[in-house]
Design a protein around this ligand. Sequence first.
Ligand code: WT7
Length: 650
Amino acid sequence: MTENPSLSNLLKEERRFAPPVELAAAANVTAEAYEQAKADRLGFWAEQARRLTWATEPTETLDWSNPPFAKWFADGKLNVAYNCVDRHVEAGHGERVAIHFEGEPGDSRAITYAELKDEVSRAAHALTELGVQKGDRVAVYLPMIPEAVVAMLACARIGAAHSVVFGGFSADAIAARIKDADAKVVITSDGGYRRGKPSALKPAVDEAVSRVDSVRHVLVVQRTKQDVAWTEGRDVWWHEITRKQSTEHTPEAFDAEHPLFILYTSGTTGKPKGILHTSGGYLTQTAYTHHAVFDLKPETDVYWCTADIGWVTGHSYITYGPLANGATQVMYEGTPDTPHQGRFWEIVQKYGVTILYTAPTAIRTFMKWGDDIPAKYDLSSLRVLGSVGEPINPEAWMWYRKNIGADKCPIVDTWWQTETGAMMIAPLPGVTETKPGSAQRALPGIAATVVDDEANEVPNGGGGYLVLTEPWPSMLRTIWGDDQRFIDTYWSRFQDRYFAGDGAKKDEDGDIWLLGRVDDVMLVSGHNISTTEVESALVSHPSVAEAAVVGAADETTGQAIVAFVILRGTANVEDEGLVADLRNHVGSTLGPIAKPKRVLPVAELPKTRSGKIMRRLLRDVAENRELGDVTTLTDSSVMELIQSRLPAAP
Ligand code: WT7
């Protein structure tokens, strides 16, 4: 332990996996990239910016004269949609499939780059006809269908910023986001397919729009053909207006710092923050990281990111990064268990997916469903596996590698945030010797470290807070309409450094391990203990599929560790011996300080719609308090289920 332990460092992980020899020999990026970026960070990013096609090449790289307000490539001009679509057609790749769309009911559609160019052009003309101009905002509320990508690119093409609102959010959430961004047009659909049936989207938009003044038109994609209410003069069918437009559209070049999109993050308190991303730097870093971290070979790879377009992962690694790189990708509309629990693996087999990017919450669900399900499919096309969204427990990492990656595919655990816009800390698949559970090292050109309470960098073996010490091209530029909140939230805790809000530690090699949100860190008898480490210790027990750990107020120890666990198929919920066994297992893995006071087997855990565990609600349960805000839960009945299973607290 270090002199000033901001966060105790409990978990030891000795397993190591070298990159596959063949992959390393042909990798897009080698170890040299770290050296090159270290020697000349800005020169490195200036070189990466040349992956893009600029109407006016930038001569400036970074303007940091007014921190924390950055400008990247400020004298350059480009059109983001042109970079994602037209230039691939011009280079002779028009016949390459951009999107293999797989609808939940089983309908499918392949869209080539040439077709995508026509659709984006038509949609751009349609938006112009509806009065959308450069600098305006357009809200997008769509299911996972190709029109979501087309809508985003059409906005980019005419210089309007999109604000995508996740298709599962309520009318309240839509209204708040429309209002904050002052959106003129909303793009939605009649509905989408979810869990085997059509689910309506337009009613929520109708209600939201009735409460705001700014919206002139609602553009409606027809997906399910269900009945919709219609407001004449305001509502317009997407297929009717786009059909009559030209497929020729001249893209205008915008400044590199022209706004590209706003994406709201909810956070735990306060009103959602509108994270603003701009054009040139954002596209440079999403394209570079997608190329480097997935080793994408656009001619041969079939890439699949399972995120929803409503999250930043969908923005950066479905729409912008992959399309800027000319990738062929799969887009899937539905849920992983519709109509059966093998649906993902069936899709991998059907399209010969080579690169898969998904989230720890999904991986733990697949673990729970059983090894026999993926075993029924041919997954031999896979060559790189990615993870994002939460720390991945070492045992979930091992399961992913063995059962999905045939014990050979490198796993890239990618740490980043809505705010960072693109990946920041991740292994390189042809370079890094990977460690289960660690995102490891800042990517070339990125500077990250771990500091203690006094802002001192911790030595290897120490724990504290993750900070980013240099500006990066895809960084958020501000919080929409609230520069002060931007400064207060990210740049005030540690001077001149970006505070990510995550706990982290460095291991003996200096590799970084993410330990969850700082708000979730527990304080037990004077030790800061990470929820992630205790959860990972629980998941390493053969009877546990998933775990969520919270610190509950305790008279003796300040906080006591309370663990909620989902057991694997055969384990018995009523087995008292098992609970004792789990407590001891954590004690022997991490040390007695981390032994949970209570272990409560439950059937489900409360999660946000993006799959993150809502520990705040579990803390309310553990402390016998009334539940806080449950509106961002996927399924609010989960909390009733958990409470009904609980014995009265001691
Ligand atoms: C927070 C950001 C990044 C796109 C999806 C989430 C957590 C994300 C990892 C990872 C450990 C991770 C962090 C971060 N997180 N990826 N690989 N390892 N933690 O974007 O909703 O803005 O959430 O997600 O806590 O701060 P987001």
